[in-house]
Design a protein around this ligand. Structure first.
Ligand SMILES: [Zn+2]
Length: 677
């Protein structure tokens, strides 16, 4: 008996992890896909005219087996992967892509949805039902469902060619990144790095057959973290130059021709779908709606960010001059002198904070405490419930009146089988239609301490925990009818908003004093240290905002070209795009140059890299609302929960925002927070 074949009988329908074995996944996926295709075929075979109940409802109910197996498998392949999951994932990827296309490009299904879209004003629909039709219609249209057969064939050709060239871009980038790792001969050249970092560099050299030398491997963004530490200016220059030369050296790993081809193919595909540009097609299905709206927002921020970066540059130059360095600040000096100025001016040493951030206290007395004060919910660990790994802990979430909300699972520690970073996912999503209980998961990558030692988090790890927990609350609190709108199923340029908001409580005075206590003495974090954290909050924000905006604007520029535009020179295109918005300061390079901008050219964030700051406008404006209305109270939490978190994706997010805030979001709080006034 395959455990995926039926609904779990465990509390909250927790998947029966103890019973699931490797051989259960593949057949469940294959059966799940064919079951869903049969369900879709049955919808289309109906001789009755399309109605909401005979088309949208069965479409939303379709594929329960596929949903069950996919939730468990993709959680596992991210959090506890193996050769088995890697191989199955590779086998499944094209099958699942073809399965999604088979549904979205099904002419019979699209005809029915299009008919409902056309009649939607005359049908007696609930707002969520009407929105469901509109969302499906838009998504299917953007995927090409409305094209005739010839154009559908052309679309498939574009998609196929794009998947080939974006994969090649990614492979070239990986190869060139490895090839350009910095090789150093003498340990003195590594001065400024910690002993651990130096032995890692020696080990990396040994692995490459360069025993006795040192290798610094590159990271994806332009700026390497070691640039803040390396005292040898020549080594810093070489490290930054290596980073920036990825994909532009000529030879087999050069990505320039691919950048031109990818942007051209996307523009042509957009024209086929009826858009002026790829950016127009992407933003049509986001809260931004148009590339002009994105350009307007980024354009408002860019001049102030550039101006602040120039002021920071003057400070750094003053530090260089005071040190007797007879040179002009260059891009490779920025991080190094920033650290010097930060220590001198604010005396903030992030290492000194760790003893106040013991994990269990942060979780229980910080993260859970803030949620309890705001929303009345409590979290009770359920050691009898087994998750996917012994390190994954299960908590039952309960309302103030004792009624159940769902399960929250947290898997804290890093391990070889877990991918990097931190994220939230769901093993069960609320919807009235299906009635599935909610199970949300947070995965972090905190290094496990030595046996018997406490887990002391860094400042950034505490931010991350509050952030990911914000996504978890979004998943837990949504109360929608249709699965399509469950929890965090919202637009990409909106999804980070609830998680960014939850970060606010980390340094909120009532919360901080409740959890930030020395793990040995129990003493609260000294007020003086807290003050210095607040005082330094806008430090170097001119640089960070500028390098981010430069990348976001480049991403937009490449995807606003029309199908007939001919760009032939990557470097010239980049230079003129950055100069047009005043972000061409040579001391502040873009976070990614085009030839190593994987977010946009390998895909995923193409024409969408703006999303991070887009949702931060709402976040900062919400922070101001909480501050104006008394902060951490049940009344405030309930309003935020019912009007924003609770609606999931079931309504237009900006309308939900207006309902919460009483007006549209104002950009001013973001400008204040980032010092961009
Ligand atoms: Zn997030």
């Amino acid at each position: 008996m395959n455990p995926f074949a039926s609904i779990s009988t465990l509390p909250f329908e927790l998947p029966p992890f103890a019973l699931i074995a490797e051989e259960h996944y593949r057949p469940a996926f294959l059966d799940g896909m064919s079951e869903q295709l049969a369900e879709i075929a049955a919808i289309c075979a109906s001789a009755d005219a399309p109605t909401f109940d005979n088309t949208m409802v069965p479409l939303e109910r379709s594929g329960p087996l596929l949903t069950r197996v996919a939730e468990v498998f993709f959680n596992r392949s991210s959090s506890d992967s193996s050769d088995f999951t890697n191989a199955l994932e590779e086998e499944l990827a094209p099958l699942l892509a073809a399965h999604a296309d088979a549904i979205r490009l099904d002419p019979g299904l699209f005809t029915r949805i299009a008919a409902l879209q056309e009649q939607r004003d005359r049908l007696d629909l609930e707002p969520e039902e009407r929105y469901l039709i509109e969302r499906y219609f838009t998504e299917f249209t953007l995927a090409g469902a409305g094209l005739d057969d010839d154009d559908k064939a052309r679309l498939r050709d574009y998609n196929k060619r794009l998947s080939t060239v974006t994969t090649r871009f990614e492979k070239n980038l990986l190869a060139d990144t490895n090839d350009l790792a910095l090789v150093l001969d003498d340990v003195s050249e590594l001065d400024g790095l910690t002993p651990g970092q130096i032995s890692a560099a020696a080990e990396a050299a040994h692995e490459r057959g360069l025993t006795g030398r040192y290798v610094i491997t590159l990271v994806l963004p332009t700026s390497h973290p070691y640039l803040a530490q390396l005292t040898n200016r020549g080594v810093r220059e070489r490290l930054l130059a290596a980073s920036r030369s990825r994909g532009i050296r000529g030879g087999q790993f050069d990505n320039r021709a691919l950048v031109l081809e990818i942007s051209r193919l996307r523009a042509e595909r957009a024209r086929l779908l009826g858009f002026d540009s790829h950016a127009a097609g992407v933003t049509a299905d986001q809260t931004a709606k148009t590339p002009e709206a994105v350009a307007d927002m980024l354009g408002r921020l860019a001049p102030a960010a550039a101006r602040n970066a120039r002021a920071e540059q003057a400070d750094l130059q003053a530090q260089i001059d005071a040190d007797g360095g007879a040179f002009e600040l260059a891009a490779w000096d920025w991080a190094f002198y920033t650290e010097r100025v930060r220590r001198a001016r604010y005396d903030v040493d992030t290492a000194a904070m760790r003893p106040y951030f013991e994990f269990e206290r942060v979780l229980q007395d910080g993260v859970f405490y803030a949620a309890n004060r705001l929303y009345g919910v409590t979290f009770t660990e359920q050691p009898d419930l087994v998750a996917w790994h012994p390190g994954a802990r299960v908590f039952e979430v309960t309302e103030a009146d004792g009624s159940p909300v769902g399960l929250y699972i947290i898997d804290v520690y890093t391990r070889d089988s877990k991918r990097g970073g931190a994220w939230m996912n769901a093993l069960g999503s609320q919807s009235t239609l299906i009635g599935t209980p909610t199970i949300v998961c947070n995965n972090l990558n905190v290094p496990r301490p030595a046996t018997g030692e406490p887990t002391l988090l860094s400042f950034d790890e505490v931010v991350t925990l509050f952030h990911e927990f914000g996504h978890a609350l979004h998943g837990l609190f949504a109360r929608v009818t249709y699965p399509k709108f469950a929890g965090t199923n919202v637009y990409r340029d909106f999804v980070e908003f609830p998680s960014q908001v939850n970060e606010m409580w980390m340094l909120w005075p009532d919360v901080l004093t409740n959890y930030a206590r020395h793990h040995e003495t129990g003493e609260p974090m000294p007020q003086d240290l807290i003050d210095r954290i607040h005082a330094s909050s806008t430090f170097n924000e001119g640089f960070f905002t500028s390098e981010y905006l430069a990348a976001a604007l480049l991403d937009q520029a490449w995807h606003r070209i029309g199908a007939d535009d001919r760009v032939t020179d990557v470097a010239a295109f980049e230079a003129s795009a950055l100069a047009a918005v005043g972000l061409d300061n040579p001391a502040v390079p873009t976070r990614y140059s085009s030839t190593y901008f994987a977010h946009t050219f390998a895909g995923g964030y193409d024409a969408g890299y703006y999303s991070y700051i887009w949702s931060e406008v709402l976040d900062a404006d919400t922070g101001e609302w909480f501050a104006e209305n008394g902060g951490l109270t049940r009344a405030n939490g309930d309003r935020f929960r019912s009007r924003l978190l609770g609606v999931g994706g079931s309504t237009d997010p900006l309308a939900a925002y207006r309902h919460f805030r009483g007006r549209d979001a104002d950009i001013q709080p973001l400008l204040d927070r980032r010092g961009l006034n």
